[in-house]
Design a protein around this ligand. Structure first.
Ligand SMILES: C[S@@+](CC[C@H](N)C(=O)[O-])C[C@H]1O[C@@H](n2cnc3c(N)ncnc32)[C@H](O)[C@@H]1O
Length: 292
């Protein structure tokens, strides 16, 4: 008979007892995520969810998936650990001037028309824009660049661009208005020179006050009614792809109410909303007008 292993070389108990969440745990996590965000986690995402939760187990020292779930359920949306979990399970991919056709329309049609009406003495010289699910602020910064350029020769406009996201960490980064090389790669050279200050190491760009003065940020869950507004234009891009049809409907109704009559909705091309935006006039596959 082999002698028992001496204490020192006995294998250590694993930090996380299971490799993956069980089917029952996956269901509970998915229900909680859906109830709080509208995001659907499919059974195919089991490995992904397990890996992401495991990272939180390592950070928090909580032992298993079941214990972490019990902890998570008690947290309010304002709790830093809830936000850290949310950061793990949501996609924050974004960069300036993403989806070229939207910005071409915004500059050459929408803003050009605003400027020409102002020159003719018509209109209010006031713009309210909402970048819904703005992640780290690249989309609101893009909107601000286009506006700063379009109105540079006009007398002052009253412009507010509100960026909202469910993720507090993403919004903290958005507020800093600092962008890296990858985020800046599609910014026209003329814009990066005029609207950003390049850091000495040349890899970081800080938006100048001409941009940041237009920007406001706050946390907002798209599943809830929007208390600000009404907005002239709402950008809702690359977020509803993670939602099911019921959640998309709920979000679109919240967004519709926040747009002024005659105002516009710019939706991401892959958003899957074309069958759901019945209360809007469709101008492009990604552009909708709320009826007057
Ligand atoms: C891929 S980013 C899109 C960023 C930007 N709109 C763009 O197109 O580049 C998706 C963002 O949606 C946010 N998000 C997910 N669910 C949300 C919800 N229920 N309410 C508000 N934001 C949400 C995430 O935190 C993430 O920052």
């Amino acid at each position: 008979m082999k002698p028992p292993l001496p204490e020192v070389i006995k294998p250590l108990p694993p930090v996380c007892p299971a490799e993956q969440v069980s089917d029952a745990e996956l269901k509970k996590y998915a229900e909680l995520i859906y109830a709080r965000t509208g995001i659907r986690v499919s059974p195919q995402k089991k490995t992904l969810l397990s890996n992401r939760v495991r990272r939180r187990l390592r950070k928090t020292g909580i032992k298993g998936f079941e214990e972490y779930f019990a902890h998570l359920k008690k947290l309010t949306p304002a709790d830093p650990e809830w936000d850290a979990f949310l950061q793990e399970i949501t996609t924050h991919e974004t960069y300036l001037f993403r989806d070229e056709s939207h910005w071409t329309w915004f500059r050459t049609q929408f803003l050009a028309q605003c400027a020409s009406e102002a020159r003719a003495g018509r209109g209010t010289r006031k713009l309210r824009i909402w970048s819904a699910a703005c992640s780290t602020g690249d989309e609101p910064a893009t909107i601000a660049c286009c506006i700063a350029d379009a109105f540079s020769a006009c007398s002052p406009w009253d412009v507010t661009i509100l960026g909202t996201d469910i993720g507090v960490g993403a919004l903290e980064q958005a507020k800093s208005a600092v962008f890296g090389e990858r985020a800046m790669r599609l910014v026209p050279r003329d814009y990066s020179r005029r609207f950003f200050q390049q850091a000495k190491d040349a890899r970081i760009w800080q938006a100048r006050p001409v941009i940041t003065d237009m920007l406001r940020f706050r946390q907002h869950n798209l599943m809830h009614a929007m208390r600000d507004g009404p907005f002239d234009v709402v950008f809702l891009k690359n977020v509803l792809i993670y939602f099911d049809t019921d959640s998309k409907r709920a979000v679109l109704e919240n967004v519709r109410r926040a747009i002024r009559p005659g105002g516009l909705l710019v939706a991401g091309a892959a958003e899957g909303v074309s069958d759901l935006v019945r209360d809007f006039h469709r101008l492009q596959p990604w552009l909708y007008r709320r009826p007057e």
